[in-house]
Design a protein around this ligand. Structure first.
Ligand code: CU
Length: 153
């Protein structure tokens, strides 16, 4: 998984931030989207959809351990999430309808493999995301100082 080492460091930072957000969410416990009431788990990772008016998913490349839950949070208007590739036995529907800021879509990735998705209104602007789900334990990088090499994803 060497090609993903940078992504994984970044991923761990995202998870840390998500953890803090989750805690705040529990404290206030007020935002419940009725459309997402089949959520099985608290999210492990949050992916921003169209943050800062960028036509992008952030992070756009996401390594996951099998069984982790991702919450996609619309931070800009006019985006959808069409799944263009996933493993044969996976059943991710994505979010076909174009949605605006504030919308959330949650999915738990139980099937190992490679996933690709696009925002159809902005596919030409390369608003594309990929997720690699594999059954590898997340390494404990607590004392490993992440070198801040700027890989411009
Ligand atoms: Cu878009």
């Amino acid at each position: 998984m060497v090609p993903y080492s940078n992504g994984r460091r970044r991923f761990l930072q995202v998870v840390g931030a998500a953890g803090v957000g989750m805690f705040a969410g529990v404290a206030s416990a007020d935002e419940t989207d009725p459309e997402d009431n089949d959520v099985e788990d608290e999210p492990d990772v949050v992916v921003a959809v169209g943050a800062d008016d960028e036509l992008a998913f952030e992070p756009a490349q996401l390594p996951l351990s099998t069984g982790e839950t991702v919450e996609f949070e619309w931070e800009g208007d006019g985006h959808n999430l069409a799944v263009t590739y996933q493993p044969d036995d996976a059943d991710w529907d994505g979010e076909e309808e174009v949605q605006d800021a504030g919308h959330m879509h949650t999915h738990t990735f139980d099937i190992e493999g490679w996933y690709e998705y696009v925002c159809e209104p902005h596919e030409d602007e390369e608003m594309i995301g990929t997720i690699l789900v594999c059954d590898i334990e997340r390494p404990d990088v607590e004392e490993e100082e992440a070198e801040d090499d700027d890989v411009g994803y």
